[in-house]
Write a protein that binds this ligand. Sequence first.
Ligand code: ZN
Ligand code: ZN
Length: 260
Amino acid sequence: MRVTLLGTGAADGWPNPWCSCRSCSDARTNGVTRRQTSVLVDGGVLLDLSPALPPDGLSLAGVHTVLITHSHPDHCAPFGLLWRHWARPDDPLTIVGPADALETCRPWLAPDAPVELVVAEPGRPLRRRDYEVRVLPAEHEIPAVLYDLTSPGGGRLLYATDTGPLPEAAVEAVRGASFDVVLLEQTFGEKLDHGTCHLDLATFPVQVDRLRAVGAVTEDTAVVAVHLSHHNPPAGVLAGRLAAHGARLLPDGAELQVGA
Ligand SMILES: [Zn+2]
Ligand SMILES: [Zn+2]
């Protein structure tokens, strides 16, 4: 399994283009841009439909399946489906997501497009091109899901954004999973009074511990923090805070090769 991080930022990216706080200024000084969170697996499975263009040189031409977590516009930006239509109108595509996310996509598809829309329901597994997709519940303001994806070539990934503290059912569903990669959101950093269904530097480590306790995260799991906003400390500080909990900070465009 080849995991390419297309974006690791929160809804507004990092730096937020309108902001001049310490974290945004630090990112600008270091030339680090974090796009809205989205991930490409094996060049063929796209997790979330970001409003951002992929990092330089990365192609989506091989994508056959799109897994959308929810309909918030940083995760479900269907304008991108029109870009695809202009380039490859005849190639089949499967889009999986909560029902309202699929309805957001539908007006952007040509009436006769070979695009299949599949409703994601927690507990109902899917199989596409020998990828095993397990849908898990999220804790979010609107209907939202997390994805547990196993590649036919080996390698298993958990994509967990956007969510507050994980629902017990989600943790139970990944008992013994021994993921190769866990991409877990950590939106709010040091801002702990956000009152939203997201994680921060206080709640993120607790979720990692819960996943570790059920054998979903092991010593060999690469735990990567994603959906990062400028409420986080500058990257140098953040990397240390995450490392203390066995998690990593990676830039947009980073690639992880796991499994066979
Ligand atoms: Zn989001
Ligand atoms: Zn959201």
